[in-house]
Structures are given as C-alpha cells and as structure tokens.
Design a protein around this ligand. Sequence first.
Ligand SMILES: CC(C)(COP(=O)(O)OP(=O)(O)OC[C@H]1O[C@@H](n2cnc3c(N)ncnc32)[C@H](O)[C@@H]1OP(=O)(O)O)[C@@H](O)C(=O)NCCC(=O)NCCS
Length: 300
Amino acid sequence: MIMNREEKLLFYSPYSFLRSISKDKQLAVVDAIFEKQIGTEKILIQVEGYDFIFYLRKLEWDTRFFNKNTFKLLTIISDNNDLAKVSEAIRQLLITIPKDSYVFTEVPSEDILFLQGLGNNCFKLLETRLTYYNDNIKNYEYKRFKVREAVKNDIEILQYTASVMKNEYDRIHADYTFDEVLANNYLAKYVENSIKGFADIVIVPDEEGVPIEAFLTSNFLTEDWDKVGVKISKMVLSAVNTSCRGWYVKLISEMTFIMKEKGVQCIFMNTQSTNKAVIKTWETLGFKYGSATHILSLNT
Ligand SMILES: CC(C)(COP(=O)(O)OP(=O)(O)OC[C@H]1O[C@@H](n2cnc3c(N)ncnc32)[C@H](O)[C@@H]1OP(=O)(O)O)[C@@H](O)C(=O)NCCC(=O)NCCS
C-alpha cells in the first residue's frame, strides 16, 4: 500500500479532477494502478540511507511491436523530497534497466519534484496532456446526428483516416525516436484493436453522402463505477478526415448521448495542450478543464 507522498500521488488518479470523489477512493484507484496490475516491478534504490521505491512496468505488447524493450515508469515513492537525492535515485534506477530500452512516463504537473528529477536524468518532454470532463451528463442536450457502431469492415478506411489525419503532437508522433511510418503503424494497430474489442464502443457517421472517414472510440470503465461511487466513462481516440470536416463535434455529442442513455454521470477525455480544435469543441459542448500531465521518454 502506498504510504508516503499521498498528496502528490492523488494526482496520479485518472479521476483526480473530480473533487466529489473522496481522497480514500482516489488513493484506492492509484493503489490499484501501481500495486495490482500485472508486470509491475517495485524497485528499491537507497541513496544516503533513504529509500526510494520505483514502480516500473514492462510493456510486453509494445516491446514486441517496437522490437525494443519498452517500460512505463509509473512513479517514485519516498519520504525524502531532496531533488539531488531523487535525481541520484533515478540515475541508479536507470542502471538496472537493460541498455537500449525505451522508458516513458506520465507525470501529473503537480509532481514537480519527480519531473525535475527526470529532467536531471535527460528525460525529454513529448506531450503535455490535458484532461477535460463534464460531470453533468444527466442534463446534457444538443442537436442530434446519425451515427452507427463501427464494424470490422470499417477497419481499413478508419486506419487510413487515422494515418492521413495524424496528430503530430501525440506521444508517439512527437517522439523523434520513432520514424513516421512506425508511428502511423502503431496508430493503425490501435484503431484495429479498438474495433476488435479493445474499446467498448467505436462510432462512425451514418448520414447519407457522408464517407466513413471519421471515428470516435470510448471505454465505459464500468469496473470502476462502484469503486469511486460515480458512473464515469472515457472517450479515447478519434480522427476526422477533411472529407468529413466538422464531424468531430457530432461524434463527441452523439457519444455523450449514448453514455447518457447508459446512465453515465461524468465523461472525461484527454488531448494535447496543442489541440485547439479539440479543446474548442469540448468547451462548446460544456466540457471543462480538469487536470494536466506531462509525458517524457528516454532511450537508455
Ligand atoms: C481534431 C479533429 C478531430 C477535428 O476535426 P473536425 O471536426 O473536422 O474539426 P474542425 O476543423 O471543424 O474544427 C473544430 C472546431 O475547432 C475550430 N478550430 C480548428 N482549428 C482551430 C485552432 N487552431 N484554434 C482554434 N479553433 C480551431 C474550428 O473552427 C471548429 O470550430 P467551429 O465549429 O466553431 O467552426 C481533426 O482535425 C483530426 O482528426 N485531427 C488529427 C487527430 C486528432 O487530433 N484527434 C483528436 C485527438 S484528441
């Protein structure tokens, strides 16, 4: 169980923006992320008699896809808040990771100490990620549009859409470690897996004369509803080709209606701080700023 750094660790909860969720429940979510997921190693490093525990997860799927050992560094736990010692602990941790591995991490803006320790060890910034949310779904209203669920036959055209409408600021495209072909292939695989069941639902336009060149994926996250006491769901990935210009707002709105009908109380989603079209759309539909994180990476 996580004992220390509670105030900072709270921000590692994907629901930290929702202040109606108690501190204990937020920490239980964080605890489940750090302690319970398979493949996570707890690594103890000692610096001048102080303990620093790192949570490091090897990502097997990514390791195979990129043909490179890929790790997600989840966080650091310690009683000691001295930047020099934190930086030294990170340096020693990196020595334990096989050479030529890829390590990335997502750190809440509030965890400034860990961010600075990572910076001191040459981690580079890839993405500043914002969370937006709407916790008043029961009163959501907007114009209606025709959409349908995506089927396997849509995979190819949606992969094409995702590759044409690449988001140059997502963490994979923004990382100069990966060439563009590899980054596009990663996204194409993500789209395919989403339609094959990785996402709970994927929707596309279903209006006369509108090509199927736009999509939006979502996860209902029902497994967390009782744990946090809120029916909370997430919209995940989308792209809209220029042939469907203006469909983003329609997909977001229709997905909101789908979730409202399912009894969802709060919806959240992530984008890059650079994605002004997305932020403008969400604000138009009543979504609000929730939180921010930074994604950094390092090749060991
Ligand atoms: C982002 C994306 C989905 C938007 O598709 P779209 O529905 O065609 O969006 P639009 O071009 O109509 O833009 C949406 C709104 O943002 C506005 N907008 C666009 N660029 C903007 C900018 N740089 N600054 C401010 N507003 C902007 C548009 O004017 C429009 O507002 P309006 O309806 O009031 O005119 C599409 O460009 C895309 O697929 N991008 C690449 C992938 C991506 O970023 N996905 C989202 C990841 S979270």
